[in-house]
Write a protein that binds this ligand. Structure first.
Ligand code: NDP
Ligand code: 8X3
Length: 250
């Protein structure tokens, strides 16, 4: 691979925030490498923004190694792949749902960070942007394993930031509130009515709103490190309280 532009890797780029970020970073003149499992969706987004689609399962060591091998240089790693499954209370939660959330969000971020850190350092101006969540700042009823995973990412971002002090790599975490993507469809295991109910009466953020933030952070001068950014819809004030126009209830 030969290129002059800085290379940005975006995980979970087949939909939602990741797809919008791939488009925004391509528009900001990055050479974008898109990773996710649904390769056809990934390829169509890559074609649209002039990027490169490479199959990636962030829960699979061999997949991460094969992905990283195809990307010799990297200036920016956006650890975005993730999500939630289920809203059961702690007392009733499924161990396998919690394992999925921990493996995808936390260990996925760890695997990609370990695979790309040497390349980010070699670039002379590297950046890691982890996608956390308001769920990594506030626990909520039914948040369970997703809260645990996103609080875990918050801790990992902070450790990494400290460990890289003095090295040419910035570390940022962006914590969105409600964003209308496939997130809730996945969380409710494909039940679209339940997914739509999450956003009823509220104007949520769009994937493009978060992608704008990512592209803005990524294009600041090398001396500037945004450690953690919370991005909420105007209609949302906390993990549980959003203004619902139809019911006037949070
Ligand atoms: P989407 O469900 O639209 O996107 C999730 C992305 O993650 C998909 O591209 C999916 O791709 C990818 N992904 C899931 N599992 C894996 C895996 N094992 N390996 C590689 N890629 C994987 O949701 P969002 O865009 O909303 O989510 C993006 C991130 O933003 C997540 O980390 C989420 O937790 C976070 N977030 C979302 C919020 C929201 O309200 N939407 C709010 C706060 C944070 P594929 O299935 O093709 O592998
Ligand atoms: C997604 C936002 O509030 O559903 O990270 O946990 S929330």
């Amino acid at each position: 691979m030969t290129n002059q532009k800085p290379v940005a890797v975006v995980t979970g780029a087949s939909s939602g925030i990741g797809a919008a970020s791939a488009r925004a970073l391509a528009a900001a003149d990055f050479d974008v490498i898109l990773g996710a499992r649904r390769i056809e969706k990934l390829q169509s987004i890559a074609e649209e923004c002039g990027g490169t689609a490479i199959a990636l399962d962030v829960t699979d060591d061999a997949s991460v190694a094969a992905f990283a091998e195809q990307v010799p240089n990297c200036s920016l790693l956006v650890n975005n792949a993730g999500g939630a499954v289920g809203v059961e209370p702690v007392a009733e939660a499924s161990i396998s749902d919690w394992q999925w959330m921990y493996d995808t969000n936390v260990l996925g971020t760890l695997r990609l960070t370990q695979a790309f850190l040497p390349k980010l350092i070699d670039s002379g101006d590297g950046q890691v942007i982890n996608i956390g969540s308001i769920a990594g700042r506030e626990a909520y009823e039914g948040g369970g394993g997703y809260n645990v995973a996103k609080f875990g990412i918050t801790a990992m971002t902070r450790s990494l930031r400290i460990e890289l002090l003095g090295k040419p790599v910035r570390v940022c975490q962006i914590d969105p509130g409600m964003v209308n993507t496939e997130f809730s469809t996945v969380r409710f295991r494909g039940d679209q009515d339940k997914a739509d109910a999450v956003y009823a009466g509220v104007e949520p953020l769009t994937a493009e709103d978060i992608a704008d933030t990512i592209a803005w952070v990524a294009t600041r001068p090398a001396r500037v490190n945004f450690d953690q950014i919370l991005v909420l819809a105007r209609d949302q004030i906390s993990a549980k309280v959003a203004y619902r126009r139809e019911t006037d209830q949070g």
